[in-house]
Structure formats: C-alpha cells, structure tokens
Design a protein around this ligand. Structure first.
Ligand code: MG
Length: 284
C-alpha cells in the first residue's frame, strides 16, 4: 500500500459502520422511490434498487466529509438511469426539496430521468452510458496533478462495459496509476433488457480481466455494505480499484427481481401496495 493510500485509509470509517442503520436507510430509500413511482408513468425503479446499498455506502459511510458538511471525496453516478437513489439521498441531506422530487419528470420540475450537473450535489450529467468512468478518470487525474488526497468514486453498470469508451477509461486509469479512483460495478447481469451473461460471454471473467488491464479488483456481494466497505478500505494502492458488486436488479421486491420489464416501468396501485408490504416484511 502506498503511503498516500495508507494515510487515506486510516481515515475511513470501518469501526463506526452500523449495518442495522444502513439496512434501515436502504429500506426507507426503496419506499421513497416506490412512492415517487406513483407520480409518473415510468421510472427506472429496478436499476435504482440494484445499486441502493452501493450508493448508501458511498454517501453515508465511505465518502469523507468536510467540516462544513460538504464532501471531501467525489461521487459520480455513471449509470445515470439509476439516479433515483441519488435524488432521495440528496433530499434526505437537504440539497433537494420534497417539492423537487414531487415534480420529478414533470413540467416546471428540475429533476429529469437522468442526472444533470446543474442539480445540487450532482457533479456530472450522465445517462448517455459509457462516459462516466472516463469523466471519473479525468477528475482523478486532475486531483493527482493538484496534489490532493481526494478520492473519486464512480458507480457504473455492467452494461456500460459494452461501450468502448469504458474500456478506454479502464486503460487510461491504469496507465496513470490512479489509485485515487475507486469504481463500483453494479453487476446485476442485465444491460437494459438483456442478460449480459447470455449476450456478452467475452465479458467474463470480470476480476481477472480488470487485473489484466492493470487494475486491482475484487468481487463481492453488492447488497452487503460491510463487504464493499472492506473491499474499498483493503485496497493495496498504487492502482485504480474495481469492486465488482454482485447485485439483483429490482432487489427487495419479489415481482421485480430479475424481471426485465421493470427496467423502466412504474408499479400500478396493487403492485405498489404489494411492494410496500414486502419491504415491511423484509424489515430487520
Ligand atoms: Mg446492469
């Protein structure tokens, strides 16, 4: 581990992580997203549900805060269609208002189906897939040039690895030895409506492939925040890190899990009520 990585890791919050509180937050986020889904005809519920634990970990545990309450580290959501989880966390933090979310995808609202950098708390406009890792690589390099210890976290989908631009960023980050770049792949085995494992066999094996490109990589359960936290903290340094997070698209709602149509659909009233019941039953 480099001296810089060692110093940074010493400040990460392993001992203060509260798994019970994290589960409670994630359940509340899922409920809030379900509530919002009743205001609009179509919303990316399932893609957001697969990366809720990843995003919660970043905002509420992993990213370091400044004395003024802002973040010292940077989060970039490359899979822009998963941004509902970002919106509800930013609402919780007071950067977005309840009215902002009530007007999601409506006339006069400022929140669209994909994140916009002019929104408070969002650093990059994404949703055109395959660009987020390149932006994160550029920002990580800029931080290196400035001599800061800022960490750049990027959440990207497995489907984005169908884009050549993602692989260009993978190579560039390795060339530049950007050990301040930590990427979390939301590995839900879907690229839109298609199974990655059925349509893109050359994508595998993931961890050896990332290592062959010059990254450090580890595969963990993407709904287990402690496992992901350990992966980030335990990195050796000197190289960028890719955490391959095994996830379930639509995680937490039985009729959504791994069912392709839920990539882009809002539950009807009956489905909404069932979703609420299942979230309540899964409380623990
Ligand atoms: Mg996917």
């Amino acid at each position: 581990m480099s001296l810089q990585a060692e110093r940074m890791d010493a400040e990460l919050p392993r001992n203060s992580f509260d798994s019970t509180a994290a589960r409670r937050r994630c359940r509340a986020y899922r409920k809030r997203i379900l509530d919002i889904s009743q205001q609009v005809a179509a919303l990316h519920v399932a893609p957001a549900f697969s990366c809720i634990e990843i995003t919660d970990l970043l905002y509420n545990s992993l990213m370091r805060r400044e004395a003024n309450g802002g973040y010292r580290d940077v989060f970039l959501m490359s899979k822009g269609h998963g941004c509902m989880i970002q919106y509800v966390i930013l609402e919780e933090q007071g950067l977005l208002s309840r009215q902002d979310l009530d007007l999601y995808c409506k006339p006069n609202g400022r929140l669209g189906a994909h994140p916009d950098y002019e929104t408070p708390g969002i650093v990059a406009s994404t949703g055109s897939l395959g660009h987020g890792l390149g932006m994160a690589t550029g920002q990580a390099y800029a931080e290196k040039l400035k001599g800061t210890d800022t960490l750049i976290y990027c959440v990207l989908s497995d489907g984005e690895f169908q884009e050549g631009s993602t692989w260009e960023a993978v190579m560039m980050a390795a060339n530049l030895r950007l050990d301040n770049l930590i990427a979390f792949m939301d590995y839900n085995d879907f690229g839109g409506l298609e199974r990655m494992s059925e349509g893109h066999q050359a994508f595998y094996p993931l961890v050896p492939k990332a290592e062959a490109f010059g990254w450090e990589s580890i595969e963990v359960d993407g709904h287990d925040e402690e496992a992901m936290l350990d992966a980030a903290i335990g990195r050796r340094g000197g190289r960028p890190l890719l955490v391959v997070c095994r996830t379930v698209k639509g995680k937490g709602i039985s009729y959504m899990e791994n069912v392709p149509i839920w990539h882009y659909r809002s539950p009807n009233k009956e489905e909404y009520q069932q979703g609420l019941r299942e979230l309540a039953e899964g409380a623990g």
